[in-house]
Design a protein around this ligand. Structure first.
Ligand code: ADE
Length: 246
């Protein structure tokens, strides 16, 4: 997959994303990250890309021309126009399902705004998807783009060492992941649960599934309502009393 990131701070996005797993994915050739500096498309000699909002109000708005120029520099060379994702608190709230949908694309363009946002006219021209990473406001779209790209990229075959690990984990069936343990067997007086040392895979799977359900019931009952549970598991839930725990 190729991701183009239109931003005033390409170094921030590229350095962050290239650290660790996605950097190795790029070296392997399964992912390609391309930063485009919107300031390179400024239309004045001071390289300004923002101005005061018409109608008054605080802050500055990014001008449409440089954003359009940055997009055009990518889009002009392509036969098939990639989806253009604008990161904004006004967008659809991002989740694992949306990550899976985007992971199927061959090429994507991410647009990061700064200051008080971007002139609406250019958004209407080029943006296909508006995404938010949650109900809070960041100073710019860069961190949001990094979150979205990271979660999409790890779903691309070949990015993670073990493709199965992207599947059997938190959110795959609306359940949170079970607790994990590694050496040493005892840490500060706390032992690793006996069943994990037993070598009995059936019992390990059962224990993990139960832990996932208990965790989800405790901290994300909203998710649990969407999970597929067996009759036996539903019975187990009825016997639980989380009062005093939550
Ligand atoms: N830009 C500023 N805040 C944001 C958010 N919560 N999600 C996506 N983009 C943003």
């Amino acid at each position: 997959m190729k991701c183009h990131i239109l931003t005033l701070f390409p170094d921030m996005v590229l350095e962050g994303l290239r650290t660790s797993i996605l950097g190795r994915a790029e070296e392997k050739g399964v992912l390609s990250l391309h930063g485009v500096n919107i300031r390179d498309f400024a239309e004045n000699k001071h390289n300004r890309v923002d101005d005061a909002p018409y109608g008054g109000g605080a802050g500055l708005v990014m001008q449409p021309g440089p954003v359009y120029g940055a997009w055009k520099s990518v889009a002009a060379g392509l036969e098939k126009q990639p989806r253009v994702v604008y990161l904004t608190p006004q967008g659809r709230v991002f989740n694992q399902k949306i990550a899976e949908e985007f992971a199927k694309e061959e090429e994507l363009i991410f647009l990061c705004g700064h200051y008080e946002g971007i002139d609406e006219r250019v958004l209407e021209l080029i943006v296909t998807d508006y995404l938010s990473i949650g109900d809070y406001v960041l100073t710019g779209g860069e961190l949001a783009a990094m979150v979205v790209i990271d979660s999409i990229a790890r779903l691309i075959p070949g990015v993670l060492h073990n493709d199965a690990s992207a599947e059997i984990e938190t959110f795959s069936d609306n359940l949170l992941e079970y607790p994990q343990y590694t050496r040493p067997e005892e840490f500060m007086g706390q032992k690793v649960p006996e069943v994990l040392l037993s070598g009995h895979h059936g019992n390990v799977d059962k224990w993990r599934r139960k832990q996932s359900i208990l965790r989800t019931a405790r901290s994300r009952p909203d998710l649990l309502a969407k999970a597929t549970l067996s009759e036996e598991e539903k019975e187990l839930l009825k016997t639980l009393d989380f009062q005093g725990e939550i």
